[in-house]
Design a protein around this ligand. Structure first.
Ligand SMILES: C[S@@+](CC[C@H](N)C(=O)[O-])C[C@H]1O[C@@H](n2cnc3c(N)ncnc32)[C@H](O)[C@@H]1O
Length: 276
């Protein structure tokens, strides 16, 4: 079954056909992948075959693997995923890593995750910064529900305040760390994204308006009054947006502005500090 599925997926241009076949078979059988190697000759029941075949067909039709499995691992923690929020990406693990390295551990920190989606950033901040008070914001009610479920799954629901808001619109208070992976695809480029992104991810999670930097512009224009003295702002950004975001950060009165590249060498992170 695995050999056949590998070929079938390869024909559809799936990049890791054997791996995805194994993941889906293990999911259909409700076992982990190692089990497939421990019992390679186990015959499948009619129900198991039919469950696997359904997953294979849905994947071949373009549905993301993560939606079929219903969960991902992000920064060492498990998260539920669905069509209500963006599937978390590896670049965002890098954003989180940079945020954690900036975070003081010797005092209580107020952290804000703007555009929390599935809640990965907020939940990880709460888990890895035990003294942090975390606020998670999204404009999407459905995404916030998913984020709440993920906070419960990771035992940090009592450490995160969830707010439905258009960026800072309904968010009170000041924060030491403001992190955001906002929508940053230029509106004109959304229809050209790969089908498994364009057709399955919420548009509100992708579309960053003209040039892709409008969401960051909106956040920065209402940042004043929400950043503690000397507080940090970190964004995930798109390749080629560094100059624009850097200018917007300077215009917002931020200092120590830096644009950094991700592991694949693309401009991906913008970081700045507020005046002390
Ligand atoms: C790129 S996704 C990031 C999701 C998650 N933080 C992650 O890194 O996987 C952007 C998120 O911003 C939210 N969003 C878009 N416009 C917003 C707005 N005006 N106010 C608040 N959140 C917004 C979307 O609903 C989406 O969940």
């Amino acid at each position: 079954m695995l050999s056949w599925t590998r070929g079938y997926f390869e024909g559809a241009g799936i990049v890791q056909p054997r791996l995805e076949a194994e993941i889906l078979l293990a999911h259909a059988l409700d076992v982990d992948r190692l089990h497939l190697y421990l019992s390679p000759d186990k015959p499948l029941s009619v129900e198991e075959r039919s469950r696997f075949r359904t997953f294979v067909q849905r994947r071949r039709a373009g549905e993301p693997l993560q939606h079929l499995i219903g969960e991902v691992t992000f920064f060492g923690l498990r998260f539920r995923v669905s069509r209500d929020a963006l599937i978390p990406r590896p670049e965002t693990e890098e954003l989180l890593d940079r945020t954690l390295r900036l975070a003081a551990r010797d005092r209580e920190l107020h952290c804000l995750d703007l555009g929390t989606g599935s809640g990965v950033i907020a939940v990880c901040l709460a888990r890895y910064l035990p003294r942090a008070a975390v606020t998670a914001v999204d404009v999407s009610t459905a995404a916030l529900e998913l984020a709440r479920a993920n906070a419960t799954l990771n035992d940090v629901a009592d450490r995160i305040e969830f707010i439905e808001s258009d960026w800072f619109g309904s968010v009170p208070g000041q924060f030491d760390l403001v992190v955001s992976n906002p929508p940053y695809v230029a509106s004109s480029a959304v229809d050209d994204l790969a089908a498994d992104v364009r057709d399955y991810e919420p548009r509100v999670a992708l579309d960053g308006g003209e040039g892709g930097t409008q969401a960051m512009g909106a956040i920065l224009s209402s940042l004043a009054g929400h950043l503690s003295p000397g507080g940090c702002v970190l964004f995930e950004i798109g390749d080629g947006q560094g100059d624009d975001v850097s200018r917007r950060m300077h215009d917002a009165g931020l200092c120590e502005v830096r644009i950094d590249r991700d592991l694949s060498g693309r401009e991906r992170f913008a970081c700045a500090r507020g005046p002390s």
